[in-house]
Ligand binder design. Structure first.
Ligand SMILES: Nc1ncnc2c1ncn2[C@@H]1O[C@H](COP(=O)(O)OP(=O)(O)OP(=O)(O)O)[C@@H](O)[C@H]1O
Ligand SMILES: [Mg+2]
Length: 277
């Protein structure tokens, strides 16, 4: 459902050539790392994925399996050793403003206030005037509910507020794709629940393609159209679950719990199989 009140508050900010659909295709991606201790370590094994524009996709997999590596490759921050990523039919060869990453730590600039941090993201959009940037920054700060804190310093914010600022900073340049690496893992359950609601509301309004990595199966079911299970390292896609539950979803609902327990059982089963392989 479109939140029209919210949508009308947001400025029309994209030039026509910037409003790409946000499709992502990952084809045959494998990745190895040279490490001093363990020699050559394989992080990813033949990952193939087709993510449609506007889809919300969650990756779940054990710690160290290669989730961040996959996200970094999709962002263009890391190069795969085999295969490639296509974003709207163009090969991804480096980072770009259309695919922004939100990291586990909010990675805000401590010398800038909330407004300054969101404005910083808008430097990625050179065609905007300073006035447009200010309006867009203000609208996103409102969108994440921090208008009273626009001029607060980063150290004055709670963990949840910092993640909200990071979210506003990532959304403000209007990227086609938002890649989120465990953005909620350091937060308490209540703050997380509030952010799940916020993110669903904003995603339904702005319709970005979102790829989110998490350890938390319920979180994945609450947010994703698809939940993709990855194996222990090297990460391989084990299963791709469709989650057709209506939105907005409540993480505490029984329907959601049923999906989550089904997926958790599959995850445990694969872990057992993977370990004995
Ligand atoms: N730059 C690097 N150099 C060497 N090894 C690396 C590098 N980046 C990742 N690795 C290795 O690749 C594997 C996958 O790492 P990655 O960070 O992608 O896992 P992850 O699934 O995100 O883990 P976590 O859930 O703990 O965040 C790990 O064994 C890690 O040690
Ligand atoms: Mg990681």
């Amino acid at each position: 459902m479109m939140d029209t009140k919210l949508a009308s508050r947001l400025p029309e900010q994209s030039a026509p050539d910037d409003t790409g659909p946000g499709n992502l295709v990952v084809e045959g991606v494998s990745k190895w790392f040279e490490t001093r201790r363990h020699g050559r370590v394989q992080a990813l094994e033949d990952i193939n994925l087709n993510i449609k524009a506007g889809q919300f996709v969650c990756f779940v997999g054990p710690s160290g399996c290669g989730k961040s590596t996959l996200l970094d490759i999709m962002a263009g921050l890391t190069k795969p050793d085999r295969g490639h990523v296509m974003a709207d039919d163009q090969p991804v060869t480096g980072p770009g403003r259309h695919r922004l990453v939100m990291f586990q730590e909010s990675a805000l600039f401590p010398w800038l206030d909330v407004f300054g941090n969101v404005m910083f993201g808008l430097k990625l959009v050179p065609e905007l005037t300073q006035r447009q940037r200010r309006e867009i920054a203000e609208s996103y700060i409102k969108l994440v509910g921090l208008e009273k804190f626009a001029h607060a310093n980063v150290h004055e914010l709670s963990g949840g507020m910092k993640q909200r600022v990071a979210f506003a900073r990532a959304l403000a340049p209007d990227p086609r794709v938002l890649l989120m690496d465990e953005p909620f893992s350091g937060l308490d359950a209540l703050t997380r629940e509030q952010l799940y609601a916020d993110i669903q509301r904003i995603w339904q309004t702005r319709r970005k393609t979102i790829v989110l990595v998490t350890h938390n199966v319920r979180e994945a079911v609450c947010l994703g159209d698809r939940v993709i299970l990855l194996s222990p390292r090297p990460a391989r896609i084990r299963e791709d679950f469709a989650i057709p539950l209506p939105r907005p979803r409540d993480i505490n609902s029984t329907e959601l719990a049923e999906y989550a327990s089904h997926i958790t059982a599959a995850l445990k089963n694969y872990l057992r199989l993977d370990v004995s392989e």
